[in-house]
Design a protein around this ligand. Sequence first.
Ligand SMILES: [Zn+2]
Length: 78
Amino acid sequence: MARRERHGKFCRFCQDKVVKIDYKDEKRLQRFVTEQGKIIPRRVTGTCARHQRQLAVAVKRARQIALLPFVGRHHKHG
Ligand SMILES: [Zn+2]
């Protein structure tokens, strides 16, 4: 059987063989952040400790440059 995501309880970054999480990859980051801009616990997302740590740094950075849409902030496209 191919290794498929069973209940999403496997680190997606490991699955995608992500070596370093790019803070500019906001589409990916969004999946791991709540609407309030909080990082979703890895128990929920299944992210491994190593990647969760990188994720925290990436989200923090993305937040600083406001790539991620946060509450009260509307981003217009094009
Ligand atoms: Zn991982």
